[in-house]
Design a binder for this molecule. Structure first.
Ligand SMILES: [Zn+2]
Ligand SMILES: [Zn+2]
Length: 340
């Protein structure tokens, strides 16, 4: 059904690519992160839920056709259906059915609840194409309520000492999950970097309820930042933009913060492990739930995951995609600098 080409994952029967890394005639997009939604293709197909964020990322000129989750579309005899992936607003798995054979391409996904997007839905298939960003047994997420409680305690401590709290979070997805997570908590005021605010506005106009925010750019000169929570993209770290905050503490919200030393290497005061990808047990459960006998493993720890699945009797194959799961979570991602 699918094969890897130099432009991306290609379905010949339907003549379409999924998240191609070079321009193509027809691209099906799993979600709006920069490594999956690339500019320059002639036509895009994506989920209606993610319409606003994808438009912000691809620009006004892009030809984007929208479908609802679960609404089947027939392309040259292939039934294409987008199914919620639970990763960020609008994220979708792509289900392809042709002559009784079913493939599912996961894109990026998580199975943990997230109030900013429709929950992940398992789909039965013959072949499952999965990401493996955190595909190592060391990755196990704590309950997110605990992480948010820790973050609020960090803010309280900073506020008590007259400091601002600057938290770095990926501008698309993670920042909004953070703003949903602290909604209703005693925190703030919450200020945002422009790159975060723009996508946050897209989430709000898509109907997602988030904590109130004020863009830093709209605050009057002489604003005192002590006691505020500032949400900024990782690319703002160590930039002159930070000077205005005076005395402040820094933290990074990312799955990578689970690893000892990751915080220290970036010279951050705190790290909060919160990810929009599945951890190791959730990855294995998700693969099981598909019932697939064949698994293609893309970006992340694909060789390790392939070996593990092979030992469990599955036909598993590493697929050298150009997707960069890590970068969804890493600081200083190129397209964030663009947005800043
Ligand atoms: Zn992603
Ligand atoms: Zn990815």
């Amino acid at each position: 059904m699918l094969r890897l080409t130099d432009r991306g994952l290609y379905c010949e029967a339907a003549d379409l690519f999924i998240d191609p890394w070079l321009p193509v005639d027809r691209a099906v997009i799993t979600h709006a992160h920069g490594d999956h939604a690339r500019w320059g293709s002639r036509r895009y197909l994506a989920s209606r839920e993610g319409a606003r964020v994808l438009r912000t990322r691809l620009g006004d000129a892009a030809a984007i056709e929208l479908v609802d989750y679960g609404e089947p579309l027939t392309v040259n005899g292939v039934t294409v259906t987008l199914v919620p992936a639970g990763h960020i607003l609008g994220s979708a798995q792509v289900r392809l059915e042709h002559r009784g054979e079913i493939w599912v391409v996961s894109g990026d996904y998580k199975t943990e609840p997230d109030p900013t997007c429709t929950p992940f839905e398992p789909v039965r298939c013959h072949t499952f194409v999965t990401e493996s960003t955190f595909g190592l047994p060391i990755y196990r997420w704590r309950p997110q309520e605990e992480t948010f409680a820790d973050l609020c305690a960090w803010w309280r401590d900073n506020a008590a000492q007259g400091r601002a709290s600057v938290v770095y979070a990926y501008a698309l997805g993670k920042a909004q999950r953070l703003l949903a997570g602290v909604r209703g908590a005693e925190i703030g005021p919450v200020y945002t970097h422009g790159a975060v605010e723009r996508l946050t506005a897209d989430y709000r106009s898509s109907g997602v309820a988030l904590h109130d925010t004020t863009p830093v750019a709209e605050l009057p000169r002489g604003t005192r930042y002590a006691g505020s929570l500032v949400v900024a993209p990782p690319s703002a770290a160590r930039s002159p933009w930070l000077r205005r905050f005076g005395d402040f503490s820094t933290a990074f919200v990312s799955g990578w913060m689970q690893v000892r030393g990751a915080r220290r290497r970036r010279a951050l005061d705190r790290g909060f492990a919160l990810s929009d990808h599945v951890d190791w047990p959730a990855l294995l459960d998700a693969i099981d739930a598909t019932g697939a006998e064949c698994v293609w493993v893309t970006h992340g720890y694909r060789d390790q995951v392939v070996r593990y699945l092979g030992e469990r009797g599955l036909r598993a194959r590493a697929v050298a995609s150009h997707w960069e799961g890590e970068n969804d979570e890493q600081p200083a991602v190129a397209d964030e600098t663009e947005l800043a």
